[in-house]
Design a protein around this ligand. Structure first.
Ligand SMILES: [Ca+2]
Ligand SMILES: [Ca+2]
Ligand SMILES: [Ca+2]
Length: 160
């Protein structure tokens, strides 16, 4: 069975389980957990002191490091090819979000440093469910089918 078809079967089963029990369940009846966005991988990598929490300072330092990594020609913005190359490595392939247009809010084909930071900071705030400014590992894990609405409105510059 092809991987895509297999995934469709799994998702179909998960949907049925969600209807029956209020949330998708695995073989042993435990709630299914999944990485719903690759932004969590990036945030985890920001944990410089290894205490399993990402602080505001670690977020700031991590964003600088990550933008510099992505901006290979050093012109201060991410061209589409730079974003794609970065997504292939930092986001584990770019098959799940965040996607280029999540960052490029004015759709001018480049991602400025400000757009890069705005999107990641908004996502950081969404993960920070207790709003203490620190994102812990449990805050990065979400149950399938139980995506939480943002704790606060997204940045007003959002164009969608
Ligand atoms: Ca930390
Ligand atoms: Ca660039
Ligand atoms: Ca928190």
């Amino acid at each position: 069975m092809k991987a895509a078809a297999h995934l469709a079967v799994i998702l179909g089963a998960a949907t049925l389980a969600a209807c029956a029990s209020g949330g998708p369940r695995g073989d042993r009846g435990e709630p299914l957990r999944a990485l719903l966005s690759a932004d969590a991988l990036v945030f985890v990598s920001f944990d410089a002191d290894g205490d399993l929490q990402i602080t505001e300072a670690e977020l700031t330092a991590g964003l600088t490091h990550e933008f510099t990594r992505a901006d290979t020609n050093g012109d201060g913005q991410l061209q589409p090819i730079e974003f794609q190359n970065w997504a292939n490595t930092a986001l584990g392939g770019g098959h799940i979000g965040p996607f280029r247009l999540d960052f490029d809010r004015n759709v001018d084909n480049v991602i400025t440093r400000e757009e890069f930071e705005n999107e990641f900071r908004a996502r950081f705030r969404e993960y920070d469910s207790d709003e203490d400014g620190v994102v812990t590992r449990p805050e990065l894990v979400r149950l399938l089918g139980q995506a939480r609405p943002p704790a606060q409105p997204r940045t007003p510059t959002r164009l969608d």
